[in-house]
Design a protein around this ligand. Structure first.
Ligand code: B12
Length: 232
């Protein structure tokens, strides 16, 4: 699996279903044997050039507004061709009344991929009990410049003694954690929360423009990438 995904700008991290189910409310439980291995897939800043552009230029893109979602599905299906016995849950999937099928940030934390900073772990709460504050995962090498894409459940692989790897607490200072959560919740559109630590790589200007553009307005950007591929 790593052979397929690594050179495309993805990273993968294993976890046990039990670790995830132990921390989330029952309604979010994954219905598998507790020792079942699941793989968290995230995209790094390189995914745009290494996976997304080749996908658009391959002719497999159907023209929908969700080019990135289509691209992720395209590569996950390639994994599925090599490993048939899997269930794939995507970050955008919902069940029932808009409840997400998987809480990707919890999976990221539990698998050791990226530390999940949450209001409930701040001891000196500056926002007050009533205020809802969304949490954020920070990756030790990419800060906030990454996205959580899917969890692949290896239905028939049970590993009772899979080693638990703690995520790196890359924002250990509580005042900085408060700054991070405040930035995210009050000014997320300026993307400053992504730079809470210094990073190895960020999104390129082209990638920033793509993500900052409304999905329904992305066609010209997509056509430019496809045309650049035709000329190459
Ligand atoms: C719904 C959603 C939104 C909603 C609501 C936000 C929210 N966080 O609920 C809206 C539309 C507002 C939104 C906006 C954005 N979102 Co959003 N969103 C989601 C989505 C689809 C589901 C989140 C969710 O419903 N969680 C359910 C709640 C109940 O989970 P929870 O609060 O964590 O509670 C659980 C934990 O506390 C756990 N728990 C309890 N105790 C413990 C102890 C430990 C140690 C642990 C680990 C866990 C744990 O139990 C609880 C459940 O029982 C996720 C993708 C996904 N499938 O996860 C993306 C996601 C969270 N969003 C993301 C992003 C980037 C954004 C935006 C910045 C996008 C943008 N436009 O730029 C904005 C930021 C807005 C803001 N101010 O925060 C990223 C975050 C990446 C990261 N680095 O963390 C995600 C993961 C998408 C992705 N593909 O990467 N989003």
């Amino acid at each position: 699996m790593n052979g397929i995904l690594k050179d495309l700008g993805f990273e993968i991290y294993p976890m046990k279903v039990e670790w995830y189910n132990n921390v989330v409310e029952e309604k979010y439980h994954l219905p598998y044997d507790p020792d079942t291995v699941a793989i968290v897939v995230l995209s790094t800043p390189d995914m745009f050039d290494l996976a997304f552009k080749p996908f658009l230029q391959s002719g497999s893109y159907t023209g929908s507004n969700d080019g990135i979602d289509e691209c992720i599905k395209y590569y996950m299906q390639k994994v599925n061709q090599v490993i048939p016995d899997i269930d794939i849950i995507y970050d955008y999937e919902t069940i029932g009344d808009r409840q997400c099928r998987i809480i990707m940030q919890v999976a990221a934390h539990i698998s050791g991929a990226a530390y999940y900073y949450q209001k409930k772990h701040i001891t000196n709460d500056p926002w007050g009990e009533e205020k809802n504050i969304f949490g954020i995962c920070i990756h030790p090498r990419y800060g906030g410049w990454f996205a959580l894409r899917s969890v692949i459940i290896l239905k028939n692989l049970q590993v009772p003694d899979l080693p638990y790897i703690e995520p790196v607490n890359c924002v250990p200072n509580e005042d900085r954690q408060i700054d991070l959560l405040t930035q995210l919740n009050e000014n997320y559109k300026d993307w400053k929360f992504r730079d809470i630590i210094s990073v190895k790589k960020k999104y390129s200007e082209e990638q920033k423009t793509y993500f900052a553009t409304k999905p329904s307005d992305r066609k010209p950007l997509i056509n430019k990438i496809i045309n650049a591929g035709n000329k190459a």
